[in-house]
Design a protein around this ligand. Structure first.
Ligand SMILES: C[S@@+](CC[C@H](N)C(=O)[O-])C[C@H]1O[C@@H](n2cnc3c(N)ncnc32)[C@H](O)[C@@H]1O
Length: 297
């Protein structure tokens, strides 16, 4: 991320390519070690570009590839800690009730109701939260009153999401909130949607994280920009953003998401820089996915 200055980024919200995910990134990495080596490089660069005390959020999940489970969540945690970040928190993102896995592994126990046939489907992902050192809260005194007010967290909104302070409600006998469990609808796999073949996360994930961890006007980075969800939400919330995406074929999708081609009243500036090391990935990956699908049907 040579274009970025040291200590210039206030928040990272990202989701690295799901290691060789059969329906999104089949064979993208030769080995799991290659994936981890790439993550090590990213972690090192993030340590350099992050401002002191600030937060990096990774949306990740362990991956099942050809029957073997790869411990991505644990390994990304270790990689970031080795690069010098503090491991601050983990939030579990629970997919909604209507979401089912294509594989339906959990159905095996119904066909074979005997011990050793239980294979749970995973209907969650982890949002890992890392921090570069500690945040100096006297920073708030340097922020102008207008920016501070514009960045104020709407506690009613976060209360209604069920992720604010947990208290026990004696009358209902229930907790009012589970702050580290976020119920968010995933991007639905509709044919022809903008994010097709990208494994995009829903706007709601960066929306919450950007509000919770940045002030208006600060810099948000997504080193694996995909369709540009983080960049778009940052723009909506009046934060600056930087994104890196290796696949030049996603450029028009990112442009569309950011409203780059629309002429309007907005004075937002969007700049694309195409590097010589850009790749053409989607056509290649989608061809492999289609071949897999035709074998499966
Ligand atoms: C899971 S997707 C991110 C999706 C994104 N959060 C969104 O909502 O659209 C990961 C992205 O990382 C990109 N990628 C893979 N290797 C990369 C690399 N070395 N540098 C930058 N981007 C990379 C992939 O092409 C893919 O678009």
């Amino acid at each position: 991320m040579k274009e970025l200055e040291d200590n210039s980024v206030h928040l990272v919200v990202t989701s690295p390519p799901y290691f060789n995910a059969p329906f999104d990134y089949p064979g993208l990495f030769k080995t799991y070690k290659d994936f981890l080596t790439m993550m090590k490089g990213v972690a090192k660069e993030l340590r350099r570009v992050m401002a002191q005390g600030r937060i990096c959020c990774f949306v990740v999940d362990d991956m099942l590839v050809n029957g073997d489970k790869f411990p991505v969540v644990a390994d990304v945690t270790k990689t970031m800690m080795r690069a010098g970040f503090r491991y601050r928190d983990k939030i579990i993102w629970i997919k909604p009730k209507g979401y089912v896995r294509i594989s339906r592994r959990s159905g095996v126990i119904l066909q074979h109701p005997y011990p050793m046939y239980f294979y749970p489907d995973n209907l969650q992902e982890s949002i890992l939260i890392f921090q570069k050192g500690k945040f100096d809260y006297s920073y708030l005194k340097q922020v102008s009153p207008e920016i501070l007010e514009a960045s104020r967290i709407d506690s009613k909104e976060f209360n209604s999401l069920g992720i604010a302070l947990t208290v026990w409600d004696d009358s209902s006998g229930e907790r009012n909130a589970v702050p580290d469990t976020w119920q968010i609808t995933n991007v639905l796999p509709m044919k022809g949607r903008l994010e097709e073949g990208v494994a995009a996360f829903p706007d709601e994930i960066p929306r919450r994280l950007i509000k919770l961890f940045t002030f208006v006007g600060e810099n948000v980075l997504d080193p694996f920009a995909g369709s540009g969800t983080t960049l778009k939400v940052a723009k909506d919330l009046r934060r600056n953003s930087f994104g890196y995406e290796i696949d030049v074929e996603l450029r028009s999708i990112i442009a569309e998401k950011l409203g780059y081609n629309q002429t309007g009243l907005s004075d937002d500036k969007v700049e694309f820089v195409e590097r010589p090391d850009a790749e053409h990935l989607r056509t290649k990956l989608q061809k492999i996915v289609r071949q897999k699908e035709s074998v499966a049907t």
